[in-house]
Every structure is written in structure tokens, then in C-alpha cells.
Design a protein around this ligand. Structure first.
Ligand code: 26W
Length: 820
């Protein structure tokens, strides 16, 4: 078969041909969905040609390969980014144009794979894009959830969750790889026997779930490499046997099948509270075990049976502790299946697995009840206990008699398996996701481990792919940048800093501002179309978009808006720069307080709308169903980026980087990567407010904070809070926000209240907002800040992040450069 060419003419021909063959239709009569499939299949053909070269190059080079295990991969739509990375956007756009089709209409037909909650999952997706673009050999491993994160609707001012059945019309990008299907075993009991004088362990009476991999190709930008994202789907090995109908066993048989398939049914929507749910543990082990079996199978095929070389050819990176069962599972495979001794196996594991921590929030640190692990994974549990015994023995030498400390560091203690401790003890590298987060890990979370094994710890600041988060979502700005400084920044994003001098160039700033205005208009159109909301593009666009969490303090933003409203209403001469506050946030379905905050934001929106003067300068919009696709419209339109987390709580944040790159100015705390953003742009180009992380930690330790003091002293705060419960905000149901109100004054379980220092930081936040408002009135000054933000965002490209991981942790060799 001749190689397909991908110039404009052949793209046209191919699409017409595919529509004819698949649908029996002339292109003029094809629906958007049919054209989408023909187009996707054309792009896929182009990718598949590269897949072959990519695999051959990797095999020939005998390259070391990274396996990035993550329970979430929040990929977003693929079509346009694929074209972009194939350097073909122009050809495709023009080809469709000549067929009378607007490419943007077709792109919207792609279902979005929302296989993640937020930052952790999106980071994994950005990493894959950068890995391929830097020609580093890798495979992403995750679960092929039938249902991704729920779709959010706002009904009567409250969040309603709907299922996200993204696979309904098939997934154009995936291919099932039946050859790599394998079995994952659960339950049963372990038998110990002697074989040729050595102990062997067999699990009996287990039940089997089949793991079937589906691969999705991730193309690098102008690169040789196409790395697969491998998504494991669960299937019962039992087939419905018709005979069982007659015997009345049909129901039982189909129930068993359903139970097995439940494993890859749905993504858990929680990213806050760890909950010891059996199904969750099954999910974690399921995709971890399947991935590890594949890793060893592939290693043996390529490099033979000598397991001692595994660390030279394989690195397994676990994205938080969710795939942490990789530790006992790799031990199990090496000992039980490959016949290695404990010490040998343990040495290999400790040279092969690396771990990233993404949160210091104690309630999110995973621990599994011992009896659950024992019941579901009996052999892994034995291994965990033995690792624990050896670890405690070692710790005893460091801290003789210090039982408290040893119990805190143990893998098994107080009837729980502590995943983070296991991951730290058994991996060769532990990293935080921003400089500050890395410091906190060493000083607090893993303080004791840092005394024993300091060489393991490092911090690597997160990043975002500038291909999706600038080139794909903001083509106009991309064009202006390339016109101004050339195109070298695309492969070397830190060269975006060459834009900095243009911050002082009035003509450039005007161009920059014009593009922002276009992007605001685009968002306004989307809001009109999707929610029938009118926003005025001449207003300042102020955005807080991220998961809803108390620590992220959407409530601080909301309270401040209420205070602004009161200033307008109480004082006829008060004016401000007209501003629309846009929120995008999903709350965990079971997180009551988060849902109340959404309710408050929606109520606030209604209250302001009703007031004829307030609405001339103030508006609140809640953007429904915030996801990757809507982020791609929202972020380029933002002028202000709200990053309000209580200092020390946000490990890094990555939304902050996306906004900055698109020229929004940050108002934020000295938390996570905000600290590094402030260093890049300089304190004069960011609005920093609030307590610093060390003060926050002291306050938690010393219990010195009493929010009531602020409530009593600050009249504006008191008025706004009162309006939460006196029927101003909630005329139909004045009591609805009572719990939220109380949470700011009285804590849970008798603690002081206002756990995240909303009231404490309010004054400082309000002052920063005043400065911001005044600066916005001076558009020359504002646009200069905006340009500087874009110019200094290059270090936050995930290309820099991946290079750092590679230099410090993975040590992969790029597949030959030059060959395309
Ligand atoms: C067990 C429940 C659960 C599930 C997921 C707890 C915690 C998580 C994740 C670790 C939450 C998460 O997404 N963390 C975010 O990771 C981003 C990428 O590193 C950081 O930028 C964010 O600051 C961090 O909150």
C-alpha cells in the first residue's frame, strides 16, 4: 500500500472517500458526526504511520522506557492537538474549508475523555504530550473508565450530577490490543510449599478479572515519537452460557460478569477525602497489576530473562500513591513468578519505582484497612507485612526506643496500610510538585523519612504543555508571538521571554489587548449559547476555575464580591471598574460544604442581577461543567486569575500557569507554584496577599486564631456574613447557607472555626483587589503586566518539567533526533 500523503488535496480526497465508504453518502449529505469520524480516521492514519517508525526506533535503540502509572489521565479532546503536533493544522483547516466545512464545528463533535478529577490527572496528560514531544520513550497506564467525571448541571442554583458516557459513539483514537490482555487475580488464600528446598507461595481459590488494554497514541510535536496511553478495561472471563438459562443460573452468571466489569465502570469523583472503598482498591490494583505484568512481559521479550537489568531498562513512575500497590506487586512478580530471592527483588524494586506526592492534606493521604487488603490481595498483604517488618527493624537502629516515631513511619500501623510510607520507603525517588511543596514534604509530611533517607527527596515544579494551553487554545496570540519573536520559542518555550521588551511597546500592547478582547468575545458567545447568559466583553474578566475545595477558598472570592455589592448599594457615589467574576468548579457529589459554596455563588449572581445599579459594574457567572474543552475557551479570555488557596495547602496548582501563559494577571497567595510565578514576573506584576505558609503552620500548631475577633471588628465582613443567613442571599430559603456561615465561626469537633483562614486573609485580599482595580483603570499599565506574564511563563512549560524529571529521576535517552 502506498504511503498516504497528507497535503490538502489528499486530505480532501481521503475524507470524501471515507464518508462514502463508511456511510454511503456524498460529503454534502454527511452529518457533522460522520465528518468528524472520517476526519479523525484520516488523522489516525497519519499517526499510525509514525507509530511504526517510533516503535522500531525504540526497539532498535534498546531504549530504557518510562511507565507513568496514574489512576487519572484528563486528556481532553485530541483532534486539534494531534493535527498541531503533526504540523498539519493549516492543511486540514483549508481542506475542510474547501469542502465547505468549518473545522471548528467538526472539532466540537469529539467526545471529551474526562478521565480525571483535576490537577493530578491533567498533569499526567500534559506529561505525555511533553514526553512524546521530547522524543522520550514512555507509556502512560491507566483505567479505561466507561464513565468519566460526572457532567455538571446547575438546576435552581445547585449542582446536579449527570453521567458522562463518553464512549457511547465509540472512541476514534483507541485500538484494542488483545495480544496483551492478561488476568488479574483477587481474593483467595496463600499456600506455602517447599519446592527444591526453597519456599514457594501459591494463591488458591482466587477469582479472575480479565484486563484488556486499549491504546491511544500521543504524538509528539514535530517528533519521531508516538507514545501510547494504555487504558485497561475490565472484563469477566466468564461467558454467559446459554445452558444456565434453563437451570435458572442466568441471573447469577450475569451478576458475576457485572461485578467484574464494575471495576472499569466509573471514575471516582473524589479528590479530597480518601475513602476506604473496596471497589476503589480493586481499581487501583487492577490497573497496576495489569501494567506490571505487561512491563515484565515486554522487558523479557526485548531484553531476556535477567531481571537484574530491569532498572536499566524500565522506570515505573507512580503518580501519587494510587498505583502504590506497584511496590508489593512487583515484589510478588519477581519472587513468585520469576523466582528471585527477597533481597534481590527488593533491590530491583528500589531502583525501579519513583513516586510523586501531590498533596499534604492529611485527609487525602491514602491508607487501607488491613483486613481489606488481606482479603482482596492476600499475597501482596504478606509482602507488605514483610516489608514493614524490615523497615521497622531498620528504623529501630536509627531511632532506638522511639516507638511513636517508628509507628508514624511504619507501612502497617493501627490496622492500616499507609501507602505514602510504603512508597517513600520502597522507591528511589520521592518528589514534590513545586519548590514550596518540596520543602514542606521534607519539613513536615515526610520529616522523619528525610532524616533517614534524605537523598531520595527532591522538588520538581509542575508544568503545562504550551502546545495545548497556548498554541491550540489561543491561536491568535500564538500568531502574534511568532510574528514578533519568530517561532523558536515553540521548541524552546523559555524563549518566550524575548517578548518581555515588547511590554514597553505601545503598538504591541494594543495588538495583545485586541486579541484578549477577541477571546473575551468568544467566551461571551459560548456563555450565551450554552447557558443563555449575557456578558459584556468590555467588563474585566476575572476567573476562578478549579475543583471546589474549602482550601482553594472560592468562599473568600464570593464573600469579597458580596462586600463589593454592599459598597455599591450602600454608597451611591461608589464606582469600580466593571467586572464579571466567572467561576468554574465541580464539587464532589458527597462534599456538602463545597456544594453549598456553589449555591452561594449562584445566589450571589441572582442578587446582583436584580439590582439595577450593581449590575452596571458587577456580575457573577457560574460556568457549568468546567472541563478541559471549556477551559480552552475560558482561560484565553481571562484577565485576572484567582489563586486563593490557604498558604501551604496547594501543592502546586497548574491552572495558575495556564492563565499566566495566556496573559492573565494573578491575584494569589504565596502558595504552591504561585511563589515561583511571583519570582518570574516580579512582585510588581502580580497581586500577592495573605499569610505566608510558615505563619499558617504556626497558627495551626498554636491554635492562636479566633475568627470571631475578625467578625466582631470588621463591619464589612460581618454584614456580608449576616446576609448569608438573613434572607438577603437566599430569600426563598434563608437557612440554606447556615452551615457555611457557622463553619466560618465555629469549627468542627470544637476547633476554632474558619479552618482555612478566610476571614483572617479577607482584609489583605480586599486591599489587593483595590490595587488591582486601580491598576486596571490604567490600561497601559495593565496590558504591560499582562504581556510580562505571558513572556515569563516559559519555565512553566511541562517540557521544562519533563527535562528535569529526566535529568534527575528517569535518565531516558531521547529517540534519535532528526529522523522524522
Ligand atoms: C484518595 C482521594 C484523592 C484523589 C486524588 C486524594 C487526592 C487526589 C489528588 C492527589 C488531588 C490532586 O489532584 N492534587 C493536585 O495535583 C496537582 C498536580 O500536581 C497540583 O498542582 C495541585 O496543587 C494538587 O492539589
Amino acid at each position: 500500500m502506498p504511503a498516504t500523503k497528507f497535503d490538502k488535496e489528499s486530505i480532501k480526497e481521503t475524507i470524501i472517500g471515507k464518508v462514502q465508504r463508511y456511510n454511503g453518502l456524498p460529503i454534502e449529505e454527511a452529518s457533522k458526526a460522520q465528518i468528524y469520524r472520517a476526519l479523525a480516521s484520516t488523522v489516525r492514519d497519519q499517526i499510525m504511520q509514525k507509530v511504526v517508525t517510533s516503535r522500531e526506533t525504540r526497539k532498535k535503540a534498546k531504549s530504557k522506557r518510562l511507565y507513568y502509572l496514574s489512576i487519572e489521565y484528563l486528556m481532553g479532546r485530541s483532534m486539534y492537538c494531534n493535527m498541531l503536533n503533526l504540523l498539519s493544522t493549516r492543511e486540514y483547516t483549508e481542506a475542510l474549508q474547501e469542502l465547505g466545512i468549518d473545522i471548528r464545528d467538526v472539532l466540537k463533535e469529539e467526545p471529551e475523555p474526562g478521565l480525571g478529577n483535576g490537577g493530578l490527572g491533567r498533569l499526567a496528560a500534559c506529561f505525555l504530550d511533553s514526553l512524546s514531544s521530547l522524543d522520550l520513550p514512555a507509556m502512560g497506564c491507566t483505567i479505561r473508565y466507561e464513565y468519566g467525571l460526572f457532567r455538571q448541571k446547575i438546576v435552581d442554583g445547585q449542582q446536579v450530577e449527570l453521567p458522562d458516557s463518553w464512549l457511547d459513539n465509540g472512541n476514534m483514537w483507541e485500538t484494542a490490543v488483545m495480544e496483551d490482555a492478561c488476568e488479574v487475580h483477587f481474593g483467595g488464600h496463600v499456600e506455602e510449599t517447599e519446592v527444591n528446598g526453597s519456599k514457594r507461595y501459591f494463591t488458591r481459590d482466587y477469582y479472575t478479572v480479565e484486563a484488556v488494554p486499549y491504546d491511544m497514541p500521543v504524538v509528539g510535536y514535530d517528533a519521531v515519537t508516538v507514545n501510547p496511553l494504555r487504558m485497561w478495561s475490565a472484563r469477566s472471563p466468564k461467558k454467559l452460557d446459554l445452558g444456565s438459562f434453563g437451570e435458572g443460573r442466568y441471573v447469577q452468571a450475569s451478576e458475576e460478569i457485572e461485578l467484574a466489569e464494575a471495576i472499569s465502570k466509573v471514575l471516582y469523583p473524589e479528590d479530597r477525602h480518601y475513602e476506604g472503598k473496596m471497589l476503589r482498591l480493586k481499581q487501583h490494583y487492577f490497573f497496576t497489576s495489569a501494567s506490571l505484568q505487561y512491563i515484565l512481559k515486554n522487558y523479557k521479550q526485548e531484553f531476556g530473562n535477567d531481571m537484574s537489568k530491569l532498572p536499566d531498562k524500565v522506570v515505573i513512575h507512580i503518580n501519587d500513591t494510587h498505583p502504590g500497590m506497584a511496590v508489593p506487586e512487583l515484589m510478588r512478580l519477581l519472587i513468585d513468578e520469576e523466582g528471585l530471592g527477597w533481597d534481590e527483588a527488593s533491590a530491583i524494586v528500589q531502583k525501579t519505582i519513583a513516586y510523586t506526592n501531590h498533596t499534604i492534606m492529611a485527609e487525602a493521604l491514602e491508607k487501607w484497612p488491613v483486613n481489606m487488603v488481606q482479603q482482596l490481595l492476600p499475597r501482596c498483604y504478606q509482602i507488605i507485612c514483610e516489608m514493614n517488618r524490615r523497615l521497622c527493624e531498620r528504623l529501630w537502629n536509627y531511632f532506638p526506643g522511639d516507638w511513636d516515631r517508628i509507628a508514624r513511619m511504619a507501612i502497617v500501623s493501627y490496622d492500616n496500610v499507609h501507602m505514602a510510607n510504603m512508597c517513600v520507603a520502597m522507591s528511589y525517588s520521592v518528589n514534590g510538585v513545586s519548590r514550596l511543596h518540596g520543602e514542606i514534604l521534607k519539613a513536615d509530611t515526610f520529616h522523619d523519612f528525610n532524616l533517614v533517607m534524605p537523598e531520595k527527596f527532591c522538588a520538581i515544579t509542575n508544568g503545562i504543555t504550551h502546545r495545548r494551553w497556548l498554541m491550540n487554545c489561543n491561536p491568535e496570540l500564538t500568531g502574534l508571538i511568532s510574528q514578533t519573536i519568530g517561532t523558536d520559542w515553540i521548541k524552546d518555550p523559555e524563549r518566550l521571554s524575548e517578548l518581555r521588551p515588547y511590554a514597553d511597546d505601545a503598538a504591541f500592547r494594543d495588538e495583545f489587548a485586541k486579541i484578549k478582547r477577541h477571546n473575551k468575545e468568544r467566551l461571551a458567545r459560548m456563555l450565551k449559547e450554552r447557558q443563555n447568559v449575557d456578558v459584556d466583553p468590555s467588563f474585566m474578566f476575572d476567573v476562578q476555575a478549579k475543583r471546589l475545595h474549602e482550601y482553594k477558598r472560592q468562599l473568600l472570592n464570593a464573600l469579597h464580591i458580596l462586600v463589593l455589592y454592599n459598597r455599591i448599594v450602600n454608597d451611591e457615589s461608589f464606582t469600580m471598574e466593571p467586572r464579571v467574576f466567572i467561576f468554574g468548579a465541580k464539587a464532589s457529589p458527597g462534599y456538602y460544604r463545597a456544594k453549598q459554596i456553589i449555591r452561594m455563588i449562584c445566589a450571589l449572581s441572582k442578587l446582583i442581577e436584580k439590582h439595577p445599579r450593581a449590575r452596571t459594574m458587577l456580575q457573577v457567572v457560574f460556568l457549568e461543567n468546567y472541563n478541559v474543552s471549556s477551559a480552552e475557551v475560558l482561560i484565553p479570555a481571562a484577565e485576572v486569575s484567582e489563586q486563593l488557596s490557604t498558604a501551604s495547602k496547594e501543592a502546586s496548582g497548574t491552572g495558575n500557569m495556564k492563565f499566566m501563559m495566556n496573559g492573565a494577571v494573578t491575584i494569589g497567595t504565596m502558595d504552591g507554584a504561585n511563589v515561583e510565578i511571583s519570582e518570574q514576573v516580579g512582585m510588581e506584576n502580580i497581586y500577592i496577599f495573605g499569610m505566608r505558609s510558615d505563619t499558617v503552620r504556626d497558627m495551626y500548631r498554636e491554635h492562636t486564631y479566633n475568627s470571631m475577633d475578625i467578625y466582631e471588628k470588621n463591619q464589612e465582613v460581618r454584614q456580608a456574613m449576616t446576609q448569608m443567613i438573613d434572607g438577603t442571599l437566599m430569600p426563598e430559603n434563608p437557612a440554606a447557607l447556615q452551615d457555611l456561615y457557622h463553619s466560618l465561626l465555629l469549627g468542627d469537633w470544637g476547633s476554632m472555626g474558619d479552618n482555612y483562614f478566610v476571614l483572617k486573609d479577607f482584609g489583605s485580599y480586599s486591599m489587593a483587589q483595590r490595587r488591582l482595580n486601580a491598576d486596571y483603570a490604567n490600561q497601559a499599565k495593565w496590558q504591560k503586566m499582562a504581556v510580562i506574564n505571558t513572556a515569563m511563563s516559559g519555565v512553566f512549560s511541562s517540557d521544562r518539567t519533563i527535562r528535569e524529571y529526566n535529568d534527575r529521576i528517569w535518565h531516558l535517552t531521547p529517540l534519535s533526533q532528526g529522523k522524522k
